[in-house]
Every structure is written in structure tokens, then in C-alpha cells.
Design a protein around this ligand. Sequence first.
Ligand SMILES: [Zn+2]
Length: 386
Amino acid sequence: MDAVKDHRKKRHIPAAAFTKAILILFLCRLPSLNALDQYRSRRSLRRLLKHPMPSGDQIANVSEVLNLADLRGILGHIYGRAGRNKVLTAVRGHRLAVVDGHEINCSYKRCCDECQQRRIMVNGEERIQYYHRAVIFQLVGENFRLLLDLEMLQPHDDEGTAALRLIQRVLDCYPRSFDILLGDGLYPQARLFKLLRRHHKHAIVVLKDDRRDLLKDARGLFRDCRQITYREGRTVYQCRDVEDLQSWDSYPEKVRVVQSIETTIVREYDGHKKRQRKVTSEWIWVTTLSSNEVSTKNIVHFGHERWRIENEGFNELCNQWHADHYFHHDPTSIIAFWLILFMAHAIFHCLMRNLKPAIRAGHTLLYWAQQILGDLVSDRWAFSTA
Ligand SMILES: [Zn+2]
């Protein structure tokens, strides 16, 4: 689709103008297309789009037919620029990526052809809830993260199947984008490990199902192996590391299992008294990496990097970017809006990097988002999204 006819003014608006309009929606952190409609008359929008601003209804309708491959291509361009400009750098010598599932929204009333369904008891009555879930792929650098792609779960998909499609697409399009893939407890799946090893990539994923023979064997071997203890900040790590485990029936190669028992001293206020409390947690990861390739300490460090997709990805998108609802409930629209949201997220954080530390200090990210909206309202926008 190259252009859409604006019937009122009998002229065509190029599809790129709609992509830019959605980008502006996100950069200004507006909660809906109706909110964007309020700023249609701004000259800065016309300058940016090089066309009259389409209405919210037009944007919603056109989002159903936006070319998703083109949108993914723009994200690929951003990825290329981030790499060339040394924005996206390796973490302790390795290029990391995180994959994780996220439920976008749910409803008892509104659904589409590709909604997933579940039965839920509400006040003793069984009701059908409709929802959309996506698997998201994020590249994690030392001081920057890039949301690169997502795959929606089809009505009868499980998360692992959608993740395989997503990872295969990333491997086809960006084969050098990562060395190590991080995942949560849903991802110790033989089909995923086999795909990664075929492309000479590695995995570090959380292992937490006690029914697994692999975990039982590893726990048995932990008792006899040497403990590695170190401190980082307020946390003491006690790690055990066993290699060459073969008790994973469906995966033919040997794997390594790393356990980390972490004790952190937490300071609390009890009334007017300050007191300290120890909090202990246990983490276990399974990985295809050998100890010659990555040390125990770095496996633990990389394993915890997975939380960045939660903290810096989903939480930020839902709490600050209004990504916890559908801007338009249509399967293609949902993907299109999320891909453009990834672009807005990357552009915004690149802008933040370019601010001098002295100017950035003392202000929240939301403050700078409000500055962008303020500049739009007062027609002061100077930068171009072209
Ligand atoms: Zn739906």
C-alpha cells in the first residue's frame, strides 16, 4: 500500500505519513488516537509529515494494511545505525539478546479472528476471556537496549512455537546481532537449543522445573563440586557449576548447569529504627556455553541481564508508553503499532544519550517526554523523523 486517498480534500496521503503519525503518537506519549486528533492542526506536524495530519480514524483504518516487512526493515535500519555508531555494544565481550513473552491486553467483550481465548470463573460463572500475547526480541548492550522484533501468538500457538518463528526470522535477517540468547523458565526447550546451535549461537535460560531429570542430576552433583564465592555490591554470590550433563533426553548434546545462591543485605525502616535484613534467593541456569568460553561469574551476570527485558522493556512500555492497551484492535494493527513503538523507544533513548549529563541530571525520562509534547503543542519541533 503506497498511499491512501483523503476523500474530503481529494488527495493521497503516503503510507509513510501514517507511520510517522503513529511514531509521533508514541514520542508524545499520547494515550489514544483521539488524543492525537487534538493536535491535528499543528504546523509542526504538517512539516514533519510533509502532508496534512490524517485523522485518528484514518490512522486506525490504514494501520490494518501497513506493510509489516517495511516496518521491520526500518527497525533493521535503526539496528544497523546503533551498531555502526557504537551505541549497541557487547556486554563483557559477548553480544546478548533476550526473548520473552508478554500479554498485551485482555477483554471479555472485544475480540478479533486471531485472539487467543481462555475460560475464567467470574463470580461462579465461566466466562471466555480474549487476549493477545506476543514474544519480544530485545538486544541488550552495556548501556543501551534495542527492541528489535516481535511475533504474535496465533490462536492455538504456545509461546515456544512463536519464539521459534521469531528467533528464526532474527537469525535470517540479522545473523550477527547476538551470540548468546537469554530466556526465562519457559525456554529450556530442546527445539530452541537445537535451532541456536545450528546457527552457532548459545543459550542461557532459567532452569526451575524440579521434575526435570537434568535439574535432579545437577542438584546431586552440586554437593560434591567446588563452591565459588564472591561479592558484588551488597550481594554475596555462592555459585556451583557442573558441566557435561547428558540427562536431558530430548537434547542430544552435553549442557552445563550453574547454580547461584545470592544473599543480599536489605536496609529497612521499622518505625524510626533502621534495621538490616538478609534476603536469599536461588537461581539455576542451563547453558550450552562451556567454562572455557564463559566463566561462572559471567554466566550469573548474563543470566540476570534477562531481567532487563522486564524492567527496561515491558515495564517501561506499559507504565510510560501506554502500551498496555490496543490503540486499534486488529491483528495487523497491533503488530504495526508495537513495531512503531519499538522505533519510538529507540529514537527517544538515542535522544537521551545525546543530552549532556549536566542537562539530563535531575530530570526523569517522563519529563523529557513531556518536553517533546510541549514542543509539539507550541509548534517548536525542529527534529525530523525522515
Ligand atoms: Zn484480537
